[in-house]
Each structure stands twice: as structure tokens, then as C-alpha cells.
Design a protein around this ligand. Structure first.
Ligand code: FES
Ligand code: MG
Length: 582
């Protein structure tokens, strides 16, 4: 047995020949564990978000088996445990509502159990931030293993992307260019293997963020879910977790301010999801790293988008892996001085640059050279003004360039139900220059900040061939979605933000380059409208009783610019061993 130079947490459970040690060991032995495995070897938790209700993570039992192999091979003791699984496709009203719940589950499970290091099995969108947030609050050694993306979707011989195809086909259906049979026949072909969305949606983005942050082994983000190399990576990660436990390589040594700066730059280069803005802020908050919305402008600005993946571009995650995956992107950025902190430490004990400096690129169409970017200035724009005093975001690579500077009249929807009822009204006073405004879909208003910000266009305009319009809301949008969509307006309408007082016919100005979002009414008029808001707001609460958790959520969730964490969860609480249970 190799030396274990530092005292492991698990010693506090299994290391004593007294009543407590007896109890902790005895019950574990009912799983068939022999005496010699309680010899002080590191206990490696495998935090599993497996669930058949989270289709993207439904193959995780097999991944966990390969992690266990690695743990055992390196002389560790693997223990798999379940945590709340946030499945994006099934969970209503939105998986975002329970991201914080899952993070609490993870934090308490790690701290309360004999765990020396943890392997975080992440996949579907919210599972990655939830597990990183929980682990960060404990600051234990942790390594991320992602489930990997699905194989390319197929429809009539061509590739279709998860999510992105749904938005496109639905617009075609409403425009009358395809029929219902064609629409529904795409279902099976879009999701034809285990894994997460194969577009550069939020799951792929967060997998890239985990890799860019240094919390996973190289190539973790892109290896397809069903590729045998995904299982090799799981095994190697299990092995590495044992070493990390022995080395005491905790998350706070990896999740530094430098790591987040690298990740923000990488998000621009991959054309990543707007949801990363919220999740990175929440993770940073847990580990105690200051991060602001402005960092997305100052660090992300002038970074070219190199990865030509849907929804911004043409390809899917399979091609991304075959083209070299994230290491190839990191190398390109680094060679052009665009990786802010190449020396940042990663989970394998090497620097980010050491890991990628020789990474090969195999396809310049998919991972473009800097001389031929998908977009010269990618990244995420932060917009401020009297309509979003605490910020809003827009992803230019997924928008229509001509709409990035726009002045139009508001067509207002007070909530999602109002939108659904009104958007199909053929007599709605709306044209291609109008600005669609959706309220009360933010963290408190929905609640949970649903992915409804990319609201579909009015059918009558779709039939005229209109494919994009400026849309503004306090909601999020799926990372697989696209359009000139202003999201995350803060404060949200349900928290009394100015969005709540926009009226039909108001003029709104968007200037993406200048970072400006302006409601063209006088300051006095705005103040008047805000003063008379209170009664309206109460009337707009969603009907029905709130669950206990929902109550907690609405009372404690912070706004989008603060990462939508609970106010009482921010910060690192460490992994000190709690009192004995008996
Ligand atoms: Fe799970 Fe997209 S729905 S990754
Ligand atoms: Mg999503």
C-alpha cells in the first residue's frame, strides 16, 4: 500500500478500534467488504446523477463501474452514492429550480460521509454546476467525469442537433413548410444514443467549462457517450481521484480566479451557452472567487469563436471530438496569447498548458484557425441601461448581425401564459421590427428562470419568411437555442425590475456593441410606473400552492447577475468532520 502522507477524513470513521469504528465498519461490511479494505486507503465517493428520468445521464451506472475500476486499481476504496438528478427534458417547471437543491444534496452528502475525494458524474445541463457547487462548498479533492454527448442526430440523411432541431422544425411547422408527420418523425432520429445534447448547448458548454477550469482530465468534454474512450477516461479519472486524495489536491487549488478567467475566454471560443454566465458565477461564489458580469465583457471581448458547432454554427459534438476536442481549442488560443493563464493547475497535477501544448487538430472546418473564425468577436455581451440596471446578456454568435443594433416598439407579454395566448392572435399589432418582451419568467417569477427566453415568433410573421426578431426577457434560453435574444434581465419583473413596467408600444433600443438596453421613456415616467407597480405584481403571482422547496427558493434565490444561488449557500464551508452520530 503506497504511503498516505496526509490524514484522511475517512480515518475519523474507520480508523479506530472502539465502539464508533465498530459501527462504521460493521454496517459497511454487509456489502461484502473484507477487513483489509479498512486499512486506511482513501475512500473515493462517486457522486452519481444517474436517473432514468434524466435520459442524458441514464448510462451513468456503467460509467460509475469504470470509475470504480480505476479507484480500485490505484488502491482506493470506491463508494458510489446517488444525488438529486436534474433532468432538463422532463423536470417541470424547469430543472433550474432544483439546481440549488441538488447542490445542497451534494454538499451534505460529501461532508457527512467518510469521503476523501469525490468523482463527480455530470452530464445533463444542471448536473455539472450543481455538483461543482456542492463540492466547492466542501473544498474536497474532486474530479469531474462527464457522461459525454449523444451521437449526431439524423433526419432524412442529414445531421440534426439536439434541441436546435426542435426549435427549427417547430418554426417550420408553424410557417407551414413542413407537416406534423414530418415534425414528429424527427423525434427518434434526434436522440439516438446515450448521452447529453450533441449541440454546443448548456451540457456541452458546461463540460467544456469543467475542462477549461481544470476540474477534469483532458478530452472529458467531447468524447461521445458511447465511445469506448469515454470509459477509459472514467477509469483514469477514478485512478487520479485516489492520488488527489493522497496529495490533498482540493478544489480551491484548482478553482482560482485564474481558472475562471480561462473558462470565460474558452466560452467565447466555443460559442458557449449563455447559461454558463449564471453557473460559473454560482460555482465561483461557492469557492469564494469574485466574478462579475463585467468579467464576461472584459475577458471575453475580442475572443474569436473558433468552434463551428450548432446552434451558432454547423457541426455537432462528434465532429468536435474527432477534430481534436477542447485541447485543440485551448492550444490554438494559447499559441495566439489568448489563454489568460496557461499555468493554471488542473486535476492531473499539470498546468492547463502542459496538458494541451501538443494537442493535435484534425479539421479546420470544425475547429477553425484564428485567421478564419466563425465570429471575430464572440463571447457573451452584457447589456445595461434603464431596462436592465443590473445587467442582461446576449450571445452575438447565435444572433442576426443586423439586429444587434435595433430600435423597435414593444409587444408585451405579462407572463408565459399571456404570451401563448397572444402570439397566435392574427390581429396582434406586431411586425418584424417589433421587440417581443416577456415578463415574470425570472428566478422568482417563474419560478426557477425557465428556458423560455427564445420565445417563438408570431406565426403570421413566420409565414412571411421572418426568421428572427429582437426578444427581451428575464428568462434564460436553452444553450441549444438561437436568435437575437436578450436574456437574464436583472432585476427581474417579479422582483420589481423595470422590465415589469414596459408597455405595448414603448420604444426600446438595443445596442449590442455599446452594451446598452434602453427603454425610451423619461426618468420621471419610469419612476412613476415603478411606484404604481406593487399591486400589479402581487396579482401576477403564479396560481396554486407552492411546495416547501419552492417557497425556500422564491424567498432566497438571488438574481441572475448573482448566479441564482441561494443567499445562504454562497461560500465555502469546508469539509471538517462532523460529530459522531451515536
Ligand atoms: Fe440533457 Fe440537453 S436535455 S443535456
Ligand atoms: Mg438545456
Amino acid at each position: 500500500m503506497p504511503d498516505t502522507p496526509r490524514k484522511l477524513r475517512s480515518t475519523e470513521w474507520f480508523g479506530s478500534a472502539d465502539k464508533n469504528g465498530f459501527m462504521y465498519r460493521s454496517w459497511m461490511k454487509n456489502q461484502g467488504i473484507p477487513d483489509h479494505e479498512f486499512d486506511g486507503r482513501p475512500i473515493i465517493g462517486i457522486c452519481n446523477t444517474w436517473s432514468e428520468l434524466t435520459p442524458c445521464n441514464a448510462h451513468f451506472r456503467k460509467i460509475a463501474e469504470h470509475v470504480k475500476r480505476g479507484v480500485s486499481e490505484a488502491g482506493g476504496f470506491p463508494v458510489e452514492f446517488p444525488v438529486f438528478s436534474n433532468g432538463e427534458s422532463n423536470l417541470r417547471p424547469t430543472a433550474m429550480l432544483t439546481r440549488n437543491l441538488a447542490s445542497m444534496d451534494v454538499e451534505e452528502a460529501i461532508r457527512g460521509n467518510p469521503i476523501d475525494a469525490v468523482v463527480l458524474l455530470t452530464g445533463c445541463d444542471k448536473t455539472t454546476p450543481a455538483l461543482l457547487m456542492g463540492a466547492a462548498s466542501c473544498d474536497v479533492p474532486a474530479i469531474v467525469v462527464t457522461g459525454g454527448p449523444m451521437l449526431n442526430g439524423k433526419l432524412e440523411g442529414r445531421d440534426i442537433g439536439s434541441g436546435t432541431a426542435v426549435w427549427q422544425l417547430h418554426e417550420s411547422l408553424k410557417a407551414g413548410t413542413i407537416n406534423l408527420h414530418q415534425f414528429l418523425s424527427a423525434e427518434g432520429g434526434m436522440s439516438r444514443s446515450a448521452g447529453t445534447c450533441n449541440t454546443m448547448g448548456t451540457a456541452s458548454t458546461m463540460a467544456c467549462m469543467a475542462e477549461a477550469l481544470g476540474t477534469s482530465l483532458p478530452h472529458n468534454a467531447a468524447i461521445p457517450a458511447v465511445d469506448s474512450r469515454r470509459y477509459v477516461l472514467a477509469q483514469m479519472s477514478g485512478m487520479r481521484a485516489v492520488e488527489m486524495a493522497r496529495e490533498g489536491l482540493t478544489l480551491s487549488k484548482i478553482l482560482t480566479r485564474q481558472a475562471f478567467e480561462n473558462a470565460i475566454r474558452v466560452n467565447a471560443a466555443i460559442g458557449g451557452s449563455t447559461n454558463a454566465v449564471i453557473h460559473l458565477k454560482a460555482i465561483a461564489g461557492r469557492i469564494g472567487v469574485p466574478l462579475s458580469l463585467e468579467d464576461w465583457t472584459t475577458i471575453g471581448r475580442d475572443t474569436p469563436t473558433l468552434v463551428d458547432l450548432m446552434p451558432s454554427g454547423r457541426f455537432l459534438m462528434e465532429e468536435f471530438y474527432y477534430a481534436g476536442g477542447l485541447p485543440a481549442v485551448l492550444r490554438r488560443l494559447g499559441e495566439h496569447g489568448l489563454l489568460p493563464h496557461p499555468d493554471a493547475l488542473t486535476v492531473n497535477g499539470h498546468s492547463l498548458w502542459h496538458n494541451v501544448k501538443d494537442a493535435p487538430s484534425h479539421n479546420d472546418e470544425v475547429i477553425r484557425p484564428l485567421s478564419k473564425p466563425l465570429m471575430a468577436d464572440g463571447g457573451i455581451r452584457v447589456l445595461r441601461g434603464n431596462l436592465s440596471p443590473n445587467g442582461a446578456v446576449l450571445k452575438p454568435s447565435a444572433a442576426t448581425p443586423a439586429l444587434l443594433r435595433h430600435r423597435g416598439r414593444a409587444v408585451v407579454f405579462e407572463n408565459l401564459e399571456h404570451y401563448k395566448e397572444r402570439i397566435v392572435d392574427e390581429s396582434l399589432d406586431v411586425d418584424a421590427n417589433s421587440v417581443l418582451v416577456l415578463k415574470r419568467c425570472g428566478p422568482r417569477g417563474y419560478p426557477g428562470m425557465a428556458e423560455v427566453g427564445n420565445m417563438g415568433l408570431p406565426p403570421k410573421l413566420l409565414r412571411q419568411g421572418i426568421t428572427d426578431m429582437v426578444r427581451i426577457s428575464d428568462a434564460r434560453m436553452s444553450g441549444t437555442a438561437y436568435g437575437t435574444v436578450v436574456l437574464h434581465v436583472a432585476p427581474e419583473a417579479a422582483a420589481g425590475g423595470p422590465l415589469a413596467v414596459v408597455r405595448d408600444g414603448d420604444w426600446i433600443e438595443l445596442d449590442c456593441d455599446a452594451g446598452r438596453l434602453h427603454l425610451d421613456i423619461s426618468d420621471a415616467e419610469l419612476a412613476d410606473r415603478l411606484a404604481s407597480l406593487k399591486a400589479d405584481e402581487a396579482a401576477a403571482q403564479p396560481p396554486g400552492r407552492r411546495s416547501g422547496y419552492e417557497r425556500l427558493y422564491v424567498d432566497h434565490v438571488m438574481q441572475a447577475d448573482e448566479g441564482c444561488d441561494f443567499d445562504f449557500l454562497v461560500g465555502c464551508r469546508g469539509s471538517a468532520v462532523p460529530r459522531h452520530s451515536h
